[in-house]
Write a protein that binds this ligand. Structure first.
Ligand code: PLP
Length: 409
């Protein structure tokens, strides 16, 4: 149908499918959703306006889409053991905006992880609304261990008396001690927001400890390790439910994307199955195998390794910048991103590091032995641009055996 109606866009869709199938996808924040999630996304639920919440809409005809949102909310609560869930945020950034809108006023102080140490743009970067509208104090990782410096977090909290402390990161390979963050937040009377966009999929099945018992509000994206459609969501206590709901709609958003909410419900349903818990554990095993393999090949995993789905790799031992390594890997059919490492001497557009993650390759069925092999491919691509055709051949062979979206699905 699309091919007949709009061949130009059909070609884009097919070319992207081909790119996803024929390359090695190591971007830590991406995944391959199931065909069931894609089916919900491509449904007529996209046609429906449904401002408001199930049973309390500002449009007629919402009785069908109400069922999708009620299922998404109920499944999210069950999956994460949360008292309340809001599944309407269009993205992770929108979820954070809503959390701030619910609990802060412009000019309030927040304490969050610095962007160059692994924090997210929406955690107070000057180029983002969060940095423009709030006073931001930032904590980082220690130079020696490259782990979050909890003493520094406490000192900064006592000095700045933030109204909110944010934990959660976009490029931090280790577990976050949510209990310690809770203690510090309580000591200074701050809200604790856990933005676990990257790791919620691992928390779902218990591969890593959950932030839900500790944080007042948990924000996340549904499209990373969790393997759902592109979007955001919030979890909170029953006490904060009304505040959070009002902050999403009508304060920061209008009509919810009902096709995406239905797809979120599908993904939460998939994540409730025992196989997903196994998936989470395998993502972590695979990330460890990849980090170990890269270390053996002469690169340095920041903090010495990983407890999660991602590794941050210091390339300085090889004398190659992040930007150059990203380009060389792309030439060899490996998609990953350059990333600043803590205390990076290079500017953010260049960087000394790479970020690699295993949600995609694990969905595809690769195991730790394959990831050790993948590490040798990445190393070969980074070390020698001339060897790109040979690496590309090895990549094609590996992903050919573990094909994503086989034609019959
Ligand atoms: N929070 C964290 C920790 C993230 O890593 C990301 C995205 O990478 C976001 C928020 C924002 O998500 P989105 O890109 O959906 O706005």
């Amino acid at each position: 149908m699309l091919l007949r109606e709009d061949p130009e866009i059909a070609a884009v869709v097919l070319d992207e499918l081909d790119r996803e199938r024929t390359g090695l996808q190591l971007i830590a924040s991406e995944n391959f959703t199931s065909p069931a999630v894609l089916a919900a996304l491509g449904s007529t639920l996209t046609n429906k306006y449904a401002e408001g919440y199930p049973g309390r809409r500002y449009y007629g005809g919402c009785e069908v889409v109400d069922r999708a949102e009620a299922l998404a909310v109920e499944r999210a609560k069950r999956l994460f053991g949360a008292e309340h869930a809001n599944v309407q945020p269009h993205s992770g950034a929108s979820a954070n905006l809503a959390a701030y809108a619910a609990l802060l006023r412009p000019g309030d102080t927040m304490l969050a992880m610095a962007l160059p140490h692994g924090g997210h743009l929406t955690h107070g970067s000057k180029v983002n609304f969060s940095g423009r509208w709030f006073d931001v104090a930032a904590y980082g990782v220690r130079r020696d261990t490259e782990l979050i410096d909890y003493d520094e977090v406490r000192d900064l909290a006592l000095r700045h008396r933030p109204k909110m402390i944010i934990c959660g990161a976009t490029a931090y390979p280790r577990l976050i001690d949510f209990a310690t963050f809770r203690g510090i937040a309580d000591e200074v009377g701050a809200w604790l927001l856990a933005d676990v966009a990257h790791t919620i999929g691992l928390m779902a099945g218990g591969a890593i400890p959950s932030a839900v018992p500790y944080a007042d509000v948990v924000t996340f994206t549904t499209h990373k390790a969790l393997r759902g459609p592109r979007g955001g969501a919030l979890l909170c206590t029953a006490e904060l439910a009304a505040k959070i709901d009002r902050a999403v709609f009508p304060f920061t958003q209008g009509g919810p994307l009902m096709h995406v909410i239905a797809a979120k419900a599908v993904a939460f349903g998939e994540a409730l199955r025992p196989e997903f818990a196994e998936y989470g554990k395998r993502v972590v095993d695979n990330a460890r195998a990849l980090a170990d393999g890269l270390a053996t090949a002469g690169m340095r995993p920041v903090s010495g390794g990983t407890d999660t789905h991602l590794a941050l790799i210091d390339l300085r031992p090889l004398g190659v910048t992040g930007r150059e390594a990203e380009r060389r890997c792309a030439d060899a059919g490996i998609t990953l991103n350059r990333n600043a490492i803590p205390y990076d001497p290079e500017p953010p557009t260049v960087t000394s590091g790479l970020r690699v993650g295993t949600p995609c390759v694990t969905t595809q069925g690769l195991g730790p032995g394959d990831l050790a092999e993948v590490a040798t491919m990445v190393a070969a691509a980074v070390r020698d641009p001339g060897g790109a055709p040979e690496v590309r051949r090895r990549v094609a062979e590996l992903v050919g055996v573990h094909q994503v979206y086989p034609s019959e699905s």
